[in-house]
Design a protein around this ligand. Structure first.
Ligand code: SF4
Ligand code: SF4
Length: 159
């Protein structure tokens, strides 16, 4: 048998051997081992949501608790890529938040805004689904009508 013919049959043998090896692993996981991947979102299990499987320290979309936001603008000023846009207005005797937008399409989840917030009004949620047809949908408005800013506590005033 020539060298070329021998190499040809060796290649066929290798192809059969490696395919069989791969299929053995596939069959093992298919028949014996529990599933490693979870089909999302419809196979999480009865009554379970993404919140049940995402770790507490996960950095998902930002969320705002406007009831404790003092309108200090520190998060907006700290963001290195200008994801946050806040406006405030004096309505009557009180300052109000009139706009609090976070552009999640730009956010790099660095957490600087969360760290700098003196009242923990802005935090990471566990929301991770960002797929959409229009990127503008990822600019999330957290204020839908003017909301009075919270009064800073003494400790926060000092900071
Ligand atoms: S996590 Fe970072 S990039 Fe995202 S809004 Fe906050 S400071 Fe900006
Ligand atoms: S979320 Fe925090 S840092 Fe941002 S304006 Fe409100 S209180 Fe200030």
């Amino acid at each position: 048998m020539t060298n070329a013919a021998a190499q040809y049959f060796r290649n066929i043998k290798d192809a059969v051997r490696t395919t069989a090896k791969g299929m053995k692993i596939t069959l093992k996981y298919w028949l014996r081992e529990p599933a490693i991947t979870i089909e999302y979102p419809d196979r999480l299990g009865e009554g379970r949501t993404a919140d049940d499987i995402v770790q507490d320290r996960f950095r998902g979309f930002l969320r705002l608790d406007s009831s404790i936001c003092i309108g200090c603008l520190q998060c907006m000023k700290t963001c290195p890529i200008d994801c946050i846009l806040i406006t405030t207005e004096k309505i009557g005797e009180e300052r109000h938040l009139t706009r609090f937008d976070v552009d999640q399409s730009k956010c790099m989840y660095c957490g600087l805004c969360v760290e700098v917030c003196p009242t923990s009004a802005i935090t990471f949620s566990k929301r991770f689904e960002g797929a959409c047809y229009d990127i503008r949908e990822l600019c999330i408005s957290h204020i839908h009508q003017p909301a009075p800013v919270a009064k800073p506590k003494a400790k926060e005033k000092e900071g």
